[in-house]
Design a protein around this ligand. Structure first.
Ligand SMILES: *[C@@H]1O[C@H](CO)[C@@H](O)[C@H](O)[C@H]1NC(C)=O
Ligand SMILES: *[C@@H]1O[C@H](CO)[C@@H](O)[C@H](O)[C@H]1NC(C)=O
Ligand SMILES: *[C@@H]1O[C@H](CO)[C@@H](O)[C@H](O)[C@H]1NC(C)=O
Length: 507
């Protein structure tokens, strides 16, 4: 250990040249003024964003010529009215679920009232679909189908709870509880709570009760086939399985969302992104029994900023390439995160035998606290119960390239704080680390930490602890035996591999 500086000078020079280039290109893009598209925003983020003023940084999160964030004032007025301190803004058509017969007592079934209120709200311009504060609405599987008239606001101020009993769940909707589909330009906001009442689902899970078959459970909130949707200031908790999924969508922004489920609840990912482009997840606090954020196939331009994660399995790209499938994920950036008491910090996981790529990934400014393995690339991801052999040195793999780790510090529970377990057939390339400072948690003896590599190529600069010399020698043929995954993705995979049939109680 500690010999990581060899050849550092050359690397540093190269990097300086690269950085100057990047900044120059970014400046030119910004200087062009006016129409700032996603590509330019992306360049700006990838230049050193830390030097920009706060106001400018906001721009990084604008996509596709989205209009300026003009909804804050609007939101304030609606909130005020909701609390009974004023009149509804004249320009807004407020559709209160109570007016459609919702009981809001946490006991009566309000599914139909929500359905009827939605039909009305969706048909009105400037509608506010209002779930009032201070009440508890029990709602079963529901689809909030668009497209609606422009400027829809879904204002959730009270609590929406799911029925508890899995055996009474609507069999037509095995994987979905609240589905928002086909919306354009809508806001989902209001400071309320969405509670999946998941405890019986967890107890039934094959991961908890081994005598049960593995089957999918509902995702609490699904944003499907939407464009320009914002989810802001909500709390989603105790989901039956995943909490919030962004699927087949574009330009979605999730901010100020809090997600909570117990550490031992199975497959309860916080935010799951699939087949989506230009998704921003910002200022979120997530603690569950699975990945805080997971990003899977056909996802591009995904930004995560200021994320507090833990407990859980960390922030993951994957799993990808199961069963020899093609997968593509490109341009993912995490900037500023605290990950505590989690299984992994930042992770990329792919199956043996897949095809496609993960490239252009950047993890920066992350503090880990008592995390098993803070930095992981695992191309040998495997479900041990899957039957087929997991490892074959000749198998193809989802190619991983261009992954940067910068300013990551904190404590690791295991000695192998950094693991680059890449495939012999398709090595990981362009792995770059800078300013890494990982130590062993005191509780675990406070000993040395190390980097474990197989077939990973790259370099480091600045202070990097533990040393990552193995990136320069790039030894293959010795896939680490004790790989860190304790996940059982079976139920999740069941939910993902067959596209969710989007047919339910049509609202
Ligand atoms: C596990 O599931 C089986 C079948 O559904 C059930 O009979 C049994 O009581 C469950 N065990 C526990 C510990 O809940
Ligand atoms: C991944 O997405 C691509 C489209 O980009 C699609 O062709 C492929 O079938 C997807 N793979 C899986 C496993 O769904
Ligand atoms: C490193 O990351 C931490 C945590 O996000 C942040 O507080 C700190 O300012 C960063 N340091 C630099 C030099 O960017």
């Amino acid at each position: 250990m500690g010999a990581g500086r060899r050849g550092g000078t050359r690397a540093t020079t190269l990097l300086l040249v690269l950085q100057v280039l990047f900044v120059a290109v970014a400046r030119a893009a910004v200087g062009g003024g006016g129409g700032e598209d996603a590509g330019e925003s992306f360049l700006r983020l990838w230049s050193d964003g830390g030097e920009e003023a706060d106001g400018q940084q906001e721009d990084v999160f604008k996509w596709d010529g989205e209009e300026d964030d003009d909804d804050d004032e609007e939101e304030g007025r609606i909130m005020m009215w909701g609390k009974g301190t004023g009149r509804p803004p004249t320009c807004r058509n407020v559709v209160n679920v109570d007016s459609f017969g919702a009981a809001g007592d946490g006991d009566a079934d309000d599914t139909e009232a929500f359905s009827n209120a939605w039909k009305t709200a969706c048909s009105l311009e400037n509608a506010v679909f209002l779930v009032p504060a201070g009440r508890r609405y029990k709602v079963g599987a529901s689809t909030f189908m668009g497209p609606c008239k422009p400027k829809m606001i879904i204002q959730i101020q009270g609590t929406i709870v799911a029925p508890e009993e899995p055996s009474e769940w609507d069999p037509r909707s095995p994987r979905l509880w609240l589905l928002f589909s086909g919306l354009a330009g809508a806001r989902i906001q209001g400071g309320g709570v969405i509670d999946g009442s998941g405890s019986k689902w967890w107890a039934n899970s094959c991961k908890i009760n081994k005598s049960n078959p593995c089957k999918a459970a509902p995702t609490a909130v699904t944003i499907d086939s939407c464009r320009g949707v914002r989810v802001k200031g909500l709390r989603v908790q105790n989901a039956q399985q995943m909490h919030l999924t962004v699927y087949r969508s574009r330009s979605v922004r999730v901010t100020g969302v809090r997600i909570d489920a117990p550490e031992d609840s199975p497959n309860t990912d916080g935010i799951h992104v699939a087949e989506s482009t230009a998704v921003t997840i910002q200022n979120c606090r997530i603690g569950t029994g699975d990945d805080c954020i997971s990003i899977v196939n056909a996802s591009f331009n995904i930004r995560m900023k200021n994320i507090d994660c833990g407990p859980g399995h960390g922030i993951s790209i994957g799993s990808l390439g199961k069963g020899g499938t093609f997968a593509a994920v490109e341009n993912v950036a995490l900037d500023t995160a605290r990950i505590s008491r989690a299984q992994n910090g930042v992770r990329i996981k792919t199956w043996q035998g897949g095809a496609g790529y993960v490239r252009g990934v950047r993890f920066s400014n992350v503090v880990v606290d008592d995390v098993d393995h803070p930095i992981v690339i695992d191309q040998f991801y495997c479900d041990a119960a899957g039957g087929a052999p997991c490892r074959s040195s000749t198998a193809s793999a989802v190619a991983v390239s261009g992954v940067a780790y910068r300013n990551i510090s904190g404590t690791s529970r295991r000695a192998d704080a950094i693991r680059f377990a890449c495939s012999d057939a398709v090595p990981c390339t362009g792995i770059v680390l800078s300013d890494i400072d990982l130590r062993r948690s005191d509780d675990d003896g406070g000993g040395e930490v190390q980097t474990v590599c197989n077939c990973a190529v790259g370099f480091d600069y600045g202070c990097v602890r533990p040393a990552v010399d193995c990136l320069r020698s790039s030894t293959c043929g010795g896939a680490p035996d004790d790989h860190p995954d304790h996940d059982d993705d079976k139920e999740k995979e069941a939910a993902e591999t067959t596209p969710a049939p989007i047919l339910h109680t049509e609202l």
